[in-house]
Design a protein around this ligand. Structure first.
Ligand SMILES: [Zn+2]
Length: 95
């Protein structure tokens, strides 16, 4: 009986961990979506250049660039991986 309870708890931990990862990934996607719409995901203030900083660092050609969003009002800070396919093929990339 005790072994059964142990297995049950282990399964529950795995299920909870799976949900946590899924939620973390989807919430990160939603935050990027809100930023693209022009709102800070945390304080819901509209993004203006005075308080909201978007720092985009391009990776290598064909790779993924990192975008760092920082809000000066609420202290929100998050890094997003953004595909840089649009910058490739313009002739500026040297392989
Ligand atoms: Zn904010």
């Amino acid at each position: 009986m005790e072994l059964f309870v142990d297995i049950f708890f282990i399964i529950m931990i795995f299920v909870a961990f799976g949900f946590y990862i899924k939620h973390k990934m989807s919430s990160s996607f939603n935050e990027l979506h809100e930023i693209q719409r022009g709102y800070c995901p945390k304080c819901k203030e509209s993004i203006s250049e005075e308080h909201f900083k978007l720092d985009k660092r391009n990776g290598s050609c064909g790779g993924v660039s990192t975008m760092i969003a920082t809000c000066g009002l609420c202290g929100y800070e998050n890094a997003f991986s953004v595909g840089s396919s649009s910058t490739c093929g313009s002739g500026s990339c040297k392989t």
